[in-house]
Each structure stands twice: as structure tokens, then as C-alpha cells.
Design a protein around this ligand. Sequence first.
Ligand code: 5CA
Ligand code: ZN
Length: 405
Amino acid sequence: MKSWNRPEIPSLAGSGPVPVLYDTVTGSLQPAVAADGVAGLYVCGITPYDATHLGHAATYLAFDTLTRVWLDAGYEVRYAQNTTDVDDPLLERAQATGVDWRQLASDQTELFRQDMQTLGIIPPDHYVAVTEVIEPVADAVNRLVEQGLGYRVGDDWYFDSVAASTGSSWTLGEISGLDRATMLALSAERGGDPDRPGKRDPLDPLLWMSARPGEPSWPSAMGHGRPGWHIECSVIAERYLEIPVTVNGGGSDLIFPHHEFSAAHTAALTARPLAAHYSHAGMVAYRGEKMSKSLGNLVFVSRLRAAGVDPRAIRLALLSEHYRSDWEWTEAHLTESEARLVRWVSWAAAPGDDDSLIGELRTLLAYDLDTPAALATIDRHVAHQTAPSPAALDAIDALLGIRLR
Ligand code: 5CA
Ligand code: ZN
């Protein structure tokens, strides 16, 4: 699928440090290193049934920042992202609004591309819709069935997580580190069906859903149907990147069940881990609750854009919070960022020869992408009316995606 235009990224003299990044699996900061200087990044994409909200934008901006730090460290970055363009909520929304599901998905994906481009987010090298990989997904499910790790309930197919846990290089709970009671609760909350009779284990996730009347389906060895959710990311990552990828990322709502089971599927299919490193962005809330399409408490990037807000101010607002924290969007985030941008732009209009920001930004961002500290450092330079060198302004652009000149 078509991606979006890549922002211009100034190249800086020398190189910055390789980042250390909080890893969900070990619960500690770990260097996000690629032995051969080529970092592989897989980030879970949107389910395109509603416009991009600031929560999505914050998550993609976190991995954009990681990419910028990697590039500055001299790495090559290979990046893949999916879109879940066949899934229950999308089909339900299409049905409820009388729009063809393909049209809904392509319209919303297009809006997402525009939002990402406006925000200057580095695009993935491979932007892949699930509908583009139905055959490889069906083939992967079939292989799991042949290995005895996929089984039938009614006409649907499930992954045997207990058998996989003993027979492969993955064990249940390894990625999320959660206890069973928590996994059961999250499974029910996030698209699983722990109470369905006939499953070998309540946590077993769906691999292949048989065709439902009025819904899209494709032929396969398991009968007509469509992919389950976790298998899509497992297959797309393997198909477009080297496994294990350096970092598998997404929002923290994907830790369980999604990343747990994508990793399980990859381990069963390839005998390799999906990723060396699991990184999760915190949840952005609005009016007291997690911003979510299903709750409807959304602030849309496209609305802010249409209202004439400078995209750099949106970026600064999101960068002002640490990517790993859960935080609540307020109108003040925007007004403060607009004021900050005005101050920065007038400071940048009188450049000089002060290079010191370059090293400061490199150090702060390489330490678990500490964007709030990076902004605070720039604020200090602005307050002291230092005269930034053109290279220092380039560093703000290259590392934070904010162009001031
Ligand atoms: N298509 C699946 C992933 S395979 C999906 O979760 N789609 S989504 O549209 O619901 O979310 C897209 C991305 O935004 C995911 O990485 C998700 O973790 C992240 N996300 C969703 N809501 C928020 C939020 N309120 N704050 C931060 N990130 C969020
Ligand atoms: Zn995913």
C-alpha cells in the first residue's frame, strides 16, 4: 500500500549515541542495538474506521523519535507498519453507516496518511494492509494447524497457547509478564473471547474466523473466512523485515493479548523471537478516560489541522509529555505549545555560533527518548537568548522534527 511522504531530515555532523530504551519484557532500560547497523522496526498500525486521534499520533511520534535517534546514530532503519483493514469494529461501523467496508478503510487510511504527513512523521518503508496478505496469513494459519497448534471450534480456528507454551521458544506470559487473572480480564476487554465453549484454554486467541453472512471472506485450507488479529502482525513483520526485529512497538494497550500472541505465533512459525525489544507508548486520555474510538472521547489531528493549528505546535504538545507516561490531553497543552513555538521561532531568527544544543539533545533523547527534557533544554537556551548555530537548529529539526528556519 502507498505510504506517505518522508519529511526532510537534515544530516548532522558526527553521530549521536545508540539509544537505550525501556523494554516491556525485562522491565528495564536496554540498548536498542542492531549488530549490523540496520535496525528493524515493526509498529502496529491503525484499524481504519475513524480518524486519527492524538493518542494514535502520540504513539507514532514516539517511534518517529526513535527512528530519528537511530538515524542520527548512523543506523539504517527498516520500518514496517500494518493497517487492520478487516476487523469487527470496522465491519460494524461500515454496516451501521451504510458505507462499503473497503471504502471506509481506504478513506480513513488516507486521512491517517495526511495526518502523519502533516505532523512530519517518518513513514514506514512497508505500509501493509491485512487485505494485501490474506494468502500468506492463511498459509501461516494452515502451518500452525499442521503443527498441531491450531484447532477448530465450530468453524473457527484457535491457537493452542498451552501446547505452544511447552513446544516452542515462547511461553505464555513471557512478553506481558502478567498473571493469569489479569490476562483473562484483559482478553475479555480487548477483543478475546475467554468464555467461548469448546476452547482448549480460555486465553487461546482466534487464528482464522469462518465467513459470516454479509461479511468479507477469503478461501483457505481452513474454509472461507478471514484472519484473526495477532497473526496479521506476525506474518507482516516476518514477510517485510528480518526476524527478530530490533523493536516491536505500539501503545501499551497492545501488550496483552496482542503482542503476547503475535510473539507466540512467530515463535511457533519461525522458531525465532519476533523482536529483540518490546517498546510501548503510554495511553493518552481526554476528559478522564483513555482516548478511544469506541468511547468517542477524541481529539482529531485533522480537526486541529482544519482549525488552522500549526502542526509544529501539535508536535510540540505531544513531545512535551514522556512517551511512556499515561497522560491527559488538555487545551492548555496546545496553547502552551503555541506560545513556546512563537518564542522558539523568534530565538531562531537571530542565529549565531552556539553548537552546544546538539550534544545536549543527542544525550537526552538517546536516554529513553526523553523529549520533555529535550524541550526544557531548548527552553533554557531560548530564555538565555543564546545564539544557536545553523547546525543546532538543524539538530532540533533532525531529532525533534521541528523546523525553525
Ligand atoms: N490495528 C491495531 C494494531 S495491530 C490497533 O490497535 N489499532 S488502533 O487504531 O486501535 O490503534 C493504533 C495504535 O494507536 C496502536 O499502537 C495503539 O496502541 C495506539 N493507541 C490507541 N489508542 C491510544 C491512546 N489513547 N493513546 C496512545 N496510543 C493509542
Ligand atoms: Zn498489531
